[in-house]
Design a protein around this ligand. Structure first.
Ligand code: SAM
Ligand code: SF4
Length: 474
């Protein structure tokens, strides 16, 4: 077992979250409808919003203004991302943890949790199970512990990429784990990771102290806040931020997420690739007061406001939420979801269909199988995508901004989504999903202008249908 690393900060590390300033923005009274409409109009030109502008949207709480924000978020989502939804699955690798986060079942003082770390053989078995239902993108999740150092994470990533089951392969591995030092980020980058995610949990300093005992590693607010700045300095320019909603005021956390995105954008020329906004879920051996719990309506506001404030950042919504909440959130601006998720360690092969609560970090709200989620997405008019092309062609980080360039989605994302969808339909779908999916693909193709580009896509789709050829992308 290796020791945990020293806690060196990035060059020019700074605590850029000023609680007082954010509180001041929120205390200005009800929003001015005229100003809210100006800000909506600015967002619709795909320009990122400032913290002050975001605060105006957060303070807009008349039903009419909220509906205008929702409508704008839906239309911006459609304009930037089209009807694609990217799918992934979480893979929990180990739940030993040196921290003591009040909300998490993995915290060290919780003696009700069954502790376990997957061996490399067990990792392979989980990955095979995920490939066998059609997944191509995973996020690996770890507690914070000396046994999950950067070398262990890198080893696990390589192991995952090496697993093949039939036509199955994992083409992108993202990480959600403790903040690393510079050397650690270099190690995991060399293993070929996609996005490195670190959630600040709460940006509110006093609440952060209460949730994370100062004597623990995670108790160091600045070290965590600075975690992705170190990633950038070490050459990882594909990062994800997040806040755990329900620990403190949702309005504060929303502004702080925007402040974090702007900080990265200003300092490194690239914003975060993704933002996550999980809501706290019940967890074994854990009781939180419900004072800050976020209603479904406010949760949709968080999503719509983030969509408008950071138009080019992917928004991730996980299976912590119920199928019903997820369906609505997709319309509002979410671009990535997990599906068929199990978060018990070993859960993809060992626990059957029920959730084994003593082995989970928290309980899930949506435990439908991937195929059921695919069926619903297709029936609702989405194109579920397993595409990994941009990351594999180096179109991440600053290149990710190419999404901003008119035509990128049309030239690359939409065709690639159809090709990966066809792989799913041919290799993994139930007959009903296959039929719905084929119909969706035909409709999407028919919408493209006639010509060489459309013909190219149609030819590749036929090759996937009629042969063993896979993994085409533009
Ligand atoms: N241990 C690492 C860390 O804390 O950064 C990595 C991952 S932790 C297993 C993943 C995320 O789960 C945490 O960042 C937190 O936001 C979320 N989480 C923890 N407890 C939760 C709960 N009860 N409900 C919902 N999400 C929770
Ligand atoms: Fe450990 Fe992460 Fe859970 Fe905190 S949230 S107790 S660091 S696994």
């Amino acid at each position: 077992m290796s020791a945990l690393t020293t806690m060196t900060l990035s060059e020019r590390a700074v605590d850029f979250i000023a609680d007082d300033e954010l509180m001041l923005c929120l205390s200005l009274g009800p929003a001015d409808p005229g100003r809210v409409r100006e800000i909506i109009a600015k967002a619709l030109t795909r320009t990122a919003l400032s913290v002050d502008e975001t605060a105006e949207l957060v303070r807009a709480d008349s039903p009419a203004l909220i509906q205008e924000i929702f409508a704008a978020a839906r239309s911006l989502k459609e304009a930037v991302y089209g009807n694609r939804i990217v799918l992934f699955a979480p893979l929990y690798v180990g739940n030993h943890c040196v921290n003591d986060c009040a909300y998490c079942a993995f915290r060290r003082s919780n003696d009700q949790t069954v502790r376990r770390t997957l061996s490399s053989k067990e990792v392979r078995r989980q990955v095979e199970a995920l490939e066998n239902v059609g997944h191509k993108r995973l996020i690996l999740v770890f507690g914070e512990h000396p046994r999950y150092d950067a070398a262990c994470i890198a080893r696990t990533v390589r192991e995952v990429y090496s697993v093949r089951a039939g036509h199955g392969e994992i083409r992108r591995v993202n990480i959600n784990a403790a903040p690393l030092d510079h050397e650690g980020y270099r190690l995991v980058k060399a293993a070929g990771i996609g996005t490195y995610q670190i959630f600040q949990e709460t940006y509110h300093h006093e609440t952060y102290r209460r949730m994370h005992p100062p004597s623990t590693r995670k108790g160091n607010y600045l070290y965590r806040l600075d975690g992705l700045s170190r990633a950038f300095e070490a050459g990882c320019d594909d990062v994800g931020i997040g806040a755990l909603f329900g620990l403190y005021d949702w309005r504060f956390e929303t502004l702080a997420l925007v402040a974090h995105a702007l900080h990265l954008q200003e300092r490194y020329g690239v914003g975060p690739h993704t933002i996550s906004f999980p809501r706290v879920r019940p967890a074994v051996g854990t009781r939180l007061d419900s004072r800050w719990s976020v209603s479904d309506e406010r949760f949709q506001r968080v999503i719509a406001i983030l969509r408008l404030a950071v138009p080019y950042t992917g928004l991730i919504l996980t299976a912590r939420e119920t199928a019903k909440v997820r369906r609505e959130a997709l319309r509002m601006g979410v671009s990535q979801i997990d599906a068929g998720s199990r978060i018990e360690i070993g859960g993809y092969t060992e626990v059957g269909n029920a959730q084994a609560i003593e082995r989970e970090q928290f309980t899930l709200g949506d435990v439908r199988r991937l195929d059921e989620v695919m069926q619903e997405l297709l029936s609702d008019g989405y194109v579920p995508s397993f595409c990994t092309a941009c990351y594999r062609l180096g179109r991440t980080g600053e290149h990710f901004m190419e999404v901003a360039v008119p035509g990128h989605v049309k030239r690359f994302c939409s065709p690639n989504a159809l090709l990966t969808l066809m792989e799913y339909l041919v290799d993994y779908a139930s007959p009903a999903t296959r039929a719905t999916g084929e119909k969706r693909i035909a409709e999407e193709l028919a919408r493209l202008p006639e010509g060489k580009a459309r013909q190219n896509i149609a030819t590749r789709l036929d090759r996937i249908r009629g042969s063993g050829d896979r993994d085409f992308y533009f």
